[in-house]
Ligand binder design. Structure first.
Ligand SMILES: NC(=O)c1ccc[n+]([C@@H]2O[C@H](COP(=O)([O-])OP(=O)(O)OC[C@H]3O[C@@H](n4cnc5c(N)ncnc54)[C@H](O)[C@@H]3O)[C@@H](O)[C@H]2O)c1
Length: 390
C-alpha cells in the first residue's frame, strides 16, 4: 500500500504549476520495479495564492483540491495537510516558511530560501526548534542523467586531484529591453543578490554536496539593462544584478583549486543553460542542459592520449520510470525526480538512491557566499566565506 502525502501548495505561479504537473504524473515513476517502488505519492488537497484568479487552473485540473484560499494561514491550519510546497517571491520566504514549520508541516521551499542572510538564518532557527519537521530546498538540475553521473563520479572519488570546477546557470530573455519589469528585477521582492538569489542555488548545489566549498570569493557583478517597461506606459528602474561571475578558491590549503561560478540573466542565446564541468588529474567531465542527453568525459592515466569522449546517455534516472532507455530526458523529468527524492526522504528517513534535495545548511552556505560576493563587488576585494555556520 502506498502512503499518501497530503500537500498544500502556496504560490500558484510558474513553479506551482510544475509541481501540480509532477504530482499528476506520479504514475510515471515505475512503482512496479523490483525495489517495490517508492511507497509514497503526493496528493495536492489545498492551494493558496495571492489572487483567486491564479488558483482557477489548479481547481480545474486537480480533482483532489478541496481548499483554495488567498490566506496561507487558513491552509496551514488544515490538520489533514502533511506537507507544503511553497513557491512565492523571495520577500515572502521568511514569514511563510517559518509559519509552515511552526504549524508542524513538512516543507519543500524554493530558493534562495530567504531573501537575504538574516532571513535565511531566521528560517534555519525555526527548523532547529522543530526537529520533527522535514525541510528541503528545491533544486532539480542534478537529477539530469548527465549531472547525476558526474555526481556518482564525485562520490566515488574518480576525478583524482581536482584541477578546477566551473558551474553556471544562464538565461537570455532579459537581453530584450522591452521585456516588462517583474518582481525578480526589484530589490524589494527579489533581494539585493539579484541573479545570484534567483539562479545561484542551482549552481552551487552539486559543488557544495561534494565538499567543494568556497573559502573566498572575488565577485564581478553587472547591471546591463537599467530600466524596463512598467506595464503602464512608463519605465521602471531595473535594480537587481543581471549577471554574476564568482571566482572562488575552494579546497584545503594543501589542495586548493579554483571554482568559477556564474549566474547570468543575460547570456545571449542561452535558454535555460545549467552546466557543470569538473577537471581532475584522473578524470574530467562536462554536462550542460544545452545538450541534455550528452555527457562528455576524459579519463586519464599517465601517458594516455587525452581525448574527450561524448556519450549519448540512455534515459537512466535516480528513480526508475516507465520511460524506455532510448528516449530523452527533460526538465519536467528532472522535477519529477526531485519530487521523488523529497517524498522518499520524508517517508523513508533517507533516500533509496544517494542524491537528496538541497538541505537548509546548503542554502545557508549559499547565502554566506552571495553575501560575501556583494561585499567583494562593493570593495573590489577578495572576501572570505565562513566555512561553517557560526
Ligand atoms: N526550481 C526552479 O527551477 C525554479 C524556477 C523558477 C522559480 N523558482 C522559485 O520559485 C519561487 C516562485 O517563483 P515563480 O517563478 O513560480 O514565481 P511566480 O511569480 O510565477 O509565482 C509566484 C506566486 O506566488 C503567489 N503569491 C504572491 N504572494 C502570495 C501570498 N502572500 N500568499 C500566497 N501566494 C502568493 C503569486 O500569486 C504567484 O502565483 C521563487 O522562490 C523562485 O526563486 C524556482
Amino acid at each position: 500500500m502506498k502512503q499518501v502525502l497530503n500537500f498544500g501548495l502556496i504560490g500558484c505561479g510558474l513553479m506551482g504549476r510544475e509541481f501540480a504537473s509532477a504530482a499528476a504524473r506520479w504514475l510515471h515513476l515505475d512503482s512496479g520495479s523490483s525495489s517495490g517502488g517508492l511507497g509514497v505519492e503526493p496528493r495536492i488537497v489545498a492551494v493558496c495564492s495571492r489572487t483567486t484568479a491564479s488558483m482557477a487552473w489548479f481547481r480545474q485540473n486537480i480533482p483532489d483540491v478541496r481548499l483554495a484560499t488567498t490566506d496561507y494561514r487558513e491552509l496551514l491550519a488544515d490538520p489533514e495537510i502533511d506537507a507544503v510546497y511553497c513557491a512565492v517571491p523571495h520577500d515572502l520566504h521568511e514569514q511563510i516558511y517559518i509559519d509552515t514549520i511552526e504549524a508542524g508541516k513538512h516543507l519543500l521551499g524554493e530558493k534562495p530560501f530567504g531573501i537575504d542572510l538574516p532571513a535565511n538564518e531566521a528560517i534555519l532557527n525555526a527548523i532547529a526548534a522543530h526537529p520533527e519537521v522535514f525541510v528541503r530546498c528545491a533544486s532539480e538540475f542534478p537529477f539530469y542523467p548527465g549531472a547525476y553521473r558526474v555526481g556518482e563520479w564525485a562520490r566515488e572519488g574518480r576525478f583524482g586531484t581536482i584541477i578546477d570546477v566551473e558551474a553556471g546557470f544562464w538565461h537570455s530573455s532579459d537581453l530584450n529591453p522591452q521585456k516588462p519589469i517583474n518582481w525578480k528585477r526589484r530589490i524589494e521582492t527579489n533581494g539585493e543578490y539579484g541573479c545570484m538569489g534567483d539562479l545561484g542555488l542551482h549552481v552551487v548545489h552539486m559543488p557544495f554536496r561534494f565538499g567543494w566549498q568556497p573559502n573566498n570569493v572575488r565577485a564581478l557583478l553587472s547591471k546591463i539593462v537599467t530600466e524596463r517597461p512598467d506595464g503602464q506606459g512608463g519605465m521602471a528602474p531595473c535594480e537587481t544584478w543581471d549577471n554574476a561571475l564568482l571566482a572562488c578558491q575552494s579546497g584545503t590549503d594543501m589542495e586548493a583549486f579554483p571554482m568559477l561560478l556564474s549566474t547570468k540573466r543575460i547570456a545571449p542565446g542561452h535558454g535555460n543553460t545549467w552546466f557543470i564541468k569538473v577537471t581532475g588529474t584522473e578524470l574530467s567531465a562536462a554536462f550542460s542542459t544545452q545538450n541534455p542527453k550528452q555527457l562528455s568525459y576524459l579519463p586519464y592515466a599517465p601517458g594516455d592520449e587525452q581525448a574527450w569522449r561524448t556519450l549519448d546517455l540512455p534515459h537512466t534516472s535516480a528513480y526508475p520510470t516507465i520511460t524506455g532507455s532510448i528516449f530523452e530526458f527533460g526538465f519536467s523529468d528532472a522535477l519529477l525526480q526531485m519530487w521523488a527524492a523529497f517524498c522518499d526522504e520524508l517517508v523513508n528517513g533517507e533516500t533509496r538512491q544517494p542524491f537528496h534535495c538541497a538541505t537548509p545548511e546548503e542554502t545557508h552556505l549559499s547565502h554566506r557566499l552571495f553575501t560575501a560576493a556583494l561585499e567583494s563587488q562593493r570593495t573590489g576585494q577578495t572576501v572570505s566565506v565562513e566555512r561553517s555556520r557560526p
